[in-house]
Design a protein around this ligand. Structure first.
Ligand code: CAA
Length: 287
């Protein structure tokens, strides 16, 4: 799936990869999520790997993704995570073939899709790299990332209405927050698809790739920039921005101010400001 390997990307170590293989294989032995690392080792790159099904999000694939996210979250070396489907397709939605015979009682009692939002509990920054289709659950997975890089020709959409259902992984909620009610209604009720350029204009995507650029490499560059800053401030920044989604303004402002004030207890704040005053580069200690 990673069609272009460069100095930015490298496979996870052999022993690490062997462990991954067990955790992430489908019953047919296919590795559903391929973990690699950036050359600095600070960025975990998780590539969805069901190319023949356009990376349709099956339950085993999501279990594999959740397992990889947990490992990346627990690994001290990892400072940021990239989730991608590679240079061809991000994900064409939840696996329709897996869902088609589901009954209400089973879906309800097993909390179908409930575990798919684990990504929202990860505290490290997550950058989504989207090329090709990001439809249904794929669009929803993309929206669960913190920053989104896409190609101009990427296709975003919530076409669930065409299947007799509605988005079930946050599409109706996150899309509305990002692009506003009327555009979200347009996409959710008509199944309208938009390209990367429109998605960027509407606020769904933060960066577009330029001509000939790899979306994965561009996302890794963003992740490396973040990885170059102090860990405590990065985590606080993510917590503060996420607070704005869940909290009324007054409480959100209080959260931000508290986090801001607490950062004055860190060595990184002393170092960052001293380095500015002394006209040198800061050395972060993550303390
Ligand atoms: N689930 C299962 N399989 C899928 C799939 C999906 N969501 N999307 C594509 N595939 C499979 C196709 O069945 C096909 O498999 P076979 O070769 O075995 O037939 C393969 O991927 C290639 O797909 P197409 O031949 O259809 O490729 P295309 O280029 O003609 O069309 C497409 C591409 C427009 C994305 C089309 O595949 C499509 O419409 N896919 C479904 C998109 C969709 O409705 N997604 C929402 C799913 S519901 C959801 O996600 C709910 C939620 O909120 C969580």
């Amino acid at each position: 799936m990673l069609s272009r390997t460069s100095t930015l990307l490298r496979p996870a170590t052999a022993s690490f990869a062997r462990v991954q293989l067990r955790a992430m294989s489908s019953t047919s032995g296919e590795q559903l999520v391929v973990p690699t690392r950036s050359s600095s080792n600070k960025v975990s790159i998780l590539t969805l790997n069901r190319p023949k099904a356009l990376n349709a999000l099956s339950t085993p694939l999501f279990q594999a993704l959740n397992a990889e996210l947990e490992k990346a979250e627990a690994d001290d070396e990892v400072r940021a995570i990239v989730i991608t489907g590679g240079e061809k397709n991000f994900a064409a939605g939840a696996d329709i073939k897996e869902m088609k015979d589901k009954e209400f009682a089973e879906a309800y009692t097993t909390n179908f899709l409930g575990s798919w939002s684990k990504i929202a509990s990860i505290r490290k920054p997550i950058i989504g790299a989207v090329a090709g289709y990001a439809l249904g659950g794929g669009c929803e997975l993309a929206m669960m990332c913190d920053i989104l890089v896409a190609t101009p020709k990427a296709t975003f959409g919530q076409p669930e209405i065409t299947l007799g259902i509605i988005p079930g992984m946050g599409g109706s909620q996150r899309l509305t927050t990002l692009i506003g009610k009327v555009k979200a209604m347009d996409m959710v009720l008509t199944g309208r698809k938009i390209d990367g350029v429109t998605a960027e204009k509407w606020g769904l995507v933060s960066r577009l790739t330029g001509e000939g650029e790899s979306v994965v490499e561009e996302a890794v560059k963003v992740a490396e920039t973040i990885a170059g800053f102090g860990k405590v401030a990065v985590q606080a920044g993510k917590e503060a921005v996420n607070g704005s989604l869940d909290l009324p303004l007054e409480q959100g402002l209080r959260l931000e101010r508290r986090l801001f004030q607490q950062l004055f207890a860190t060595q990184d704040q002393k170092e960052g400001m001293a380095a500015f005053a002394e006209k040198r580069k800061p050395t972060w200690s993550d303390k």
